[in-house]
Design a protein around this ligand. Structure first.
Ligand SMILES: *Cc1c(COP(=O)(O)O)cnc(C)c1O
Length: 339
């Protein structure tokens, strides 16, 4: 099987497995796990923040950020197809008791002026705007890079109105590699950030949230409340350290493979690439094949290729380090045979 469903399907590398075996551990709830401490220091430094916290998943990281920044009854501004709104089971309403207000975008980039007009004033009838969330790269927009200039514009508006900005940067390293710049170019325009270790970076488990000391102290308590206080978690942090130190540069290969896949698909009749393919995601409309996405994916699977549905006639392919260039070429050959 050529598995292009998601970059979450990556298996830990040999170095990661060895790192897990060799990891020095302690009780992380007592802050005594040296490998977790090392990962958090390293992550804070890379993200240009005062402190960082290892969390069990991207979803948990985003939830902790919302819980830390907001109080119940707040309103959160977020992009209309963002992961926090679309794919987290309504958790921010269920747990943080906030209401969401969605903002449209162009490829994930929201207009700072629209954000500004959505920020609430002092009227007694209105909720208070507790948080603005940005997603970069933007998953449902097809892994598009939200330009740092756009993030800057939003951050300036937010700062003017004293509203914090949380960045769901599950794939932020993809954005940095695709833009050929340091990840700090993006994180400088945020109050807090979440990055996934377990996507393209290949760690088996975990995410990082980062912010200032005050944010992380409060976030640590929320993590405990949510049952995310782990004990000898160094066994999970060791592959995370390898993810941050050895797996970032190679994301460029995933981007090349996605670009190869997209240009090949453009020559397959009946298939249409609908995203800009900035990073490792290719969105394809299959409607001209006379099949819906589920039917098309069935045929693909019968022929040894896996992808995921992204709408009634839309499917998503995601490249990652467990799919080689040769396999991408093979997947293309398969796409050419499906009618
Ligand atoms: C995957 C993803 C998450 C959530 O990560 P999990 O570890 O799967 O909970 C959050 N935001 C975005 C944009 C994602 O792609």
């Amino acid at each position: 099987m050529i598995d292009l469903r998601s970059d979450t399907v990556t298996k830990p590398t040999a170095a990661m497995k060895q790192g897990m075996i060799d990891a020095e551990v302690g009780d992380d709830v007592y802050k005594e796990d040296p490998t977790i401490n090392k990962l958090e220091e390293l992550a804070a430094e890379k993200l240009g923040k005062e402190a960082a916290l290892f969390v069990t998943s991207g979803t948990q990281g985003n939830q902790i950020a919302v819980l830390t920044h907001c109080v119940s009854g707040n309103e959160v501004l977020l992009e209309k197809d963002s992961h926090i709104f679309y794919y987290e089971g309504g958790a921010i309403s269920a747990f943080a008791g906030v209401q969401t207000r969605t903002i449209p975008s162009v490829n994930g980039a929201m207009n700072p002026l629209e954000i500004e007009s959505a920020i609430r004033g002092q009227d007694i009838h209105e909720p208070e705007t507790g948080l603005i969330c940005i997603e970069n790269t933007h998953n449902r927009a097809g892994g598009s890079v939200v330009p740092k200039e756009n993030m800057k514009g939003i951050y300036q508006v937010a700062s003017k109105h004293h509203v914090p900005v949380h960045l769901d940067g599950a794939r932020l390293f993809n954005a940095a590699v695709a833009s050929n710049c340091s990840i700090k170019n993006f994180t400088q325009y945020t109050t807090s950030v979440q990055i996934c270790l377990s996507k393209g970076l290949g760690a088996p488990v975990g995410s990082i949230i980062a912010g200032d000391h005050k944010f992380i102290t409060k976030a640590r308590k929320w993590r405990k409340r949510l049952g995310g206080g782990l004990r000898q978690a160094g066994v999970l942090a060791a592959p995370g350290i390898i993810a941050l130190t050895q797996m970032v540069e190679r994301l460029a290969i995933d981007h090349e493979n996605a670009s190869l896949l997209a240009s090949g698909i453009k020559n397959v009749s009946g298939l249409e690439v609908v995203n800009t393919v900035d990073t490792n995601i290719v969105l394809v409309d299959v409607s001209k094949k006379g099949l819906n996405s589920k039917e098309y994916l069935e045929r693909l699977k019968e022929n040894g290729v896996l992808a995921v549905p992204f709408g009634p006639s839309l499917i998503r392919f995601t490249t990652h380090y467990d799919v080689s260039k040769e396999q991408v070429q093979k997947a293309l050959a398969t796409l050419n045979t499906i009618h």
